[in-house]
Design a protein around this ligand. Structure first.
Ligand code: SAH
Length: 466
């Protein structure tokens, strides 16, 4: 049974270097760890001195002035990934510094990465353990998750020599530097090579190897388009500049009425300079995206959907990395785990911004707030459907518990040096599987390369109906 093997792998994990609490939690202070609240927005940052207009805001306002309203995709792309002033790209954002207080699952407990690693290891074993392994991670942040995964693979004499390459898809230079500092030593010690890429397109398919892909809190940061269904089809919701009446004129340019659907949410920012407007005419993007899933076509007029062509394209690319069509038939070239906020449906109103542990208006301090949108896992599965089989999504709680979290936590506690440490380990683990918070809000979906032979029941664990 794969379950039995999973359990054996979990029980065999070494303890000594693992029993330490996470540095980030330590730096947050003891009391915060002891009183972990069920769910705190994941990445929150202290703001710098607030000048009246942010750099990204100015660029966006100039763009709107010059060429008219912009899409939500442009807004998100600029806010997060403008080469110097974007949220992830700007080294001034204290994401990585001692005050950096973003909290994602791998940063909370090592158990998270270890159990993901056990699943990946199990996939490689099920495929015969004959091919060399390469890892691909999208948006690795500080490298914590990959480090935990690599430590697990380095512990077994059968997997350590099989690992060859680690590919990190990361656009942010400050993040890359953090990843190098974190992963360099373990890679060097084991003779594994590290590679960075701006895009997953730059990772060449190589079916001679077994590719294990990870994407944790990556898809939610990708640009999306906001569409609204009207009787005549799909229209794009755009962003115009706020008080400038010229924006309205632009929208009415074809003579049809501009349906202004602006600002349904309270503004936290006193300086919001943007508003939402509905494009009066169909645009190629809205028409194509509206047709991109049969699920969208069934929605009634008035529905809004957040659709990410970038997510579709990347999921398809992942499928391509896992798929191997060779003369003897189709065999799986690897497996992927995708973990994110969301579910198996399309969302219409999930776009939000975080700053200083709070949800703020989506137009607040562009470039200085984290932006996130729920992930439509069904869309990802549809994108890769002819290349990979999807499993789940299931909740993070189900995934971790079924993968043997309790056994692992007990083992860590047994080796902890005092009661305080034991409680810390317990509290962190409980937070990951809290069904009123992270345990339910985060979903885990797997993709396994399509193959000619049937996927056996035992290989589907933990993605099963119980
Ligand atoms: N996976 C990490 C970090 C999540 S933050 C964790 O869970 O802790 C999102 C990460 O994705 C950051 O490293 C960010 O720089 C990166 N990122 C965002 N958009 C990206 C894109 N389009 N291409 C590559 N990396 C991207």
């Amino acid at each position: 049974m794969t379950w039995t093997r999973n359990r054996r792998l979990v029980n065999a994990l070494k303890l000594e270097r693992f029993a330490k609490p996470r540095t980030s939690l330590r730096s947050m202070g003891v009391s915060m760890v002891a009183n972990l609240s069920p769910f705190v927005p994941r990445r929150c940052y202290a703001s710098g001195p607030e000048s009246s207009v942010t750099e990204v805001e100015k660029i966006l306002l100039d763009t709107i002035k010059a060429t008219g309203p912009i899409t939500f995709a442009t807004y998100m792309q600029m806010c997060l990934s403008h080469p110097t002033a974007g949220y992830y790209m700007n080294h001034r954002n204290p994401v990585l510094g001692p005050q950096g207080d973003f909290i994602t699952s791998p940063e909370i407990s090592q158990v998270f990465g270890e159990l993901l690693a056990v699943w990946l290891l199990s996939q490689w074993l099920s495929a015969g353990a004959s091919r060399q392994i390469r890892f691909v991670e999208l948006g690795p942040g500080r490298g914590t998750l990959m480090h935990d995964v690599l430590r697990v693979f380095s512990q077994y004499s059968f997997s350590r020599p099989a690992v060859k390459e680690v590919h990190l898809v990361e656009t942010s230079r400050p993040m890359r530097a953090a990843q190098e500092a974190k992963l360099g030593p373990i890679a060097q010690k084991n003779g594994w090579s590290l590679h960075w890429h701006d895009s997953v397109d730059d990772v060449t398919p190589d079916a001679e190897m077994f590719t294990l892909v990870l994407a944790h809190e990556f898809f939610d940061a990708l640009p999306f388009h906001l569409l609204q269904k009207i009787e005549k089809g799909w229209r794009e919701v755009l962003i115009a500049s706020g008080p400038d009446p010229a924006a309205g004129t632009i929208l009415k340019s074809d003579g049809s009425p501009s349906l202004d659907v602006s600002t349904t949410r309270p503004l936290v920012s006193t300086a919001a300079r943007f508003r939402q407007v509905l494009s009066p005419t169909p645009m190629p993007t809205s028409t194509l995206l509206g047709l991109s899933s049969p699920r969208f076509q069934k929605l009634p007029a008035g529905s809004r959907i957040e659709v990410s062509p970038a997510a579709f394209k990347i999921s398809r690319k992942i499928g391509g990395l896992l798929h191997d069509k060779h003369p003897g038939g189709v065999r799986s070239a690897g497996s992927a785990l995708i973990v994110d906020y969301g579910g198996s449906k399309v969302y219409g109103n999930s776009f939000r911004a975080f700053k200083n542990h709070k949800i703020v208006d989506i137009f607040h301090r562009p470039g200085e707030c984290d932006l996130t949108v729920n992930v439509d896992f069904s869309y990802l599965a549809e994108a890769a459907a002819d290349l990979a089989t999807s499993h789940g999504p299931i909740s993070q709680a189900d995934f971790l518990l079924r993968m043997g979290m309790s056994a692992r936590v007990s083992a860590l506690q047994a080796s902890a040096k005092d009661d305080y440490r034991k409680k810390q380990i317990q509290a962190a683990a409980e937070r990951l599987v809290d069904r009123t918070g992270m345990g339910a809000q985060y979903q885990v979906m797997a993709l396994t390369g399509k193959r000619t032979t049937e996927v056996e029941e035992r290989e589907k664990w933990p993605f099963v109906d119980l």
